[in-house]
Write a protein of this length. Sequence first.
Length: 335
Amino acid sequence: MEDVLILGIESSCDETACSVVRNGRELLSDVIASQADFHEQYGGVVPELASRMHVDSIYPTIKKALSDANVSLKDIDAIAVTYGPGLVGALLVGLSAAKGLSAASGIPLVGVNHLKGHIAANYLCFPELEPPFLCLCVSGGNTMIVKVSDYTDMEVLGRTRDDAAGEAIDKIARVVGLGYPGGPKMDKAGQGGDINAYTFPHAHMKDTLDFSFSGLKTAALNMINIDRQKGNSIDLADFAASYQHSIANTLLTNTIKASQMTGITKICLAGGVSANSFLRKVFDEEAGKRGLTLYYPDLRLCTDNGAMIASAGYFEYINGTRHGLDLNAKPSLEF
Ligand code: KG4
């Protein structure tokens, strides 16, 4: 089979990202213009400002991705673009650029679900990885266990009923004064901390693989406030370590349950929170004990990037998926 080159475009939140990937697995370029430093002053992403910054960055990012890969637009077989879920104004920038390029060049357009992109990041890091496997998808807005039966055939087995794991970490990071982006700062703050210093409740729901993190978050808020009222302050390293370890354990428990239910022993992690060192550690330890094969992407490919969209787009493209210019941004796109 001839090589297939996909240009992947991602703009669902605060990264304008573009990449060229060969045959769904081989990264030829990976350009990311991150706005994180800019949004830090506001304590979170300001949607309108994010959209405007995407407008400024999108064209140079695409241009650099093509030149870094040493290809031109005419070499590209399909343009894959995130069309949801995400911030509507942000999504529209990447999508409009992709549609414009497709209309002008005749190159097919393939819309990609952002979360399926996160799962595909594993294909870029592990050339031997093939479905079926289970994927714990943990990002800022989503937490779900997905059964990946084939490259384009996936089913959600369990999801959060309230906060996403990333949201639960980000919100507490803000309360303890770590600011934005909270996830990586909490991870750093917890290094060397005692994971048993603070005890948090685990929401174990019967007969489901769903998660709930709102009780855990409230318990953490109460601990912080009670300490403040007493004129004390929490030990940040111990608190951050215990909190993240607790979230990691909850994620692990349901993933193990899903593995036992399905008989699938190949487990992938995906999404921004899969960069978390506490999460990786509990999964590494348990995989060793239970004989599970564990995969998680390189740190750079855990958070939003264009390469994962190009990879997911490749598998959609060879499966025959094509979108028309009427493809619209879907901020709440279902999995
Ligand atoms: O996947 P992602 O880049 O964007 C979404 O699609 O949501 O994930 C962003 C999330 C944020 O909640 C961020 O705080 C979290 O990933 N994150 C981390 C770490 N790095 C990023 N959370 C915990 N530990 C990290 N090291």
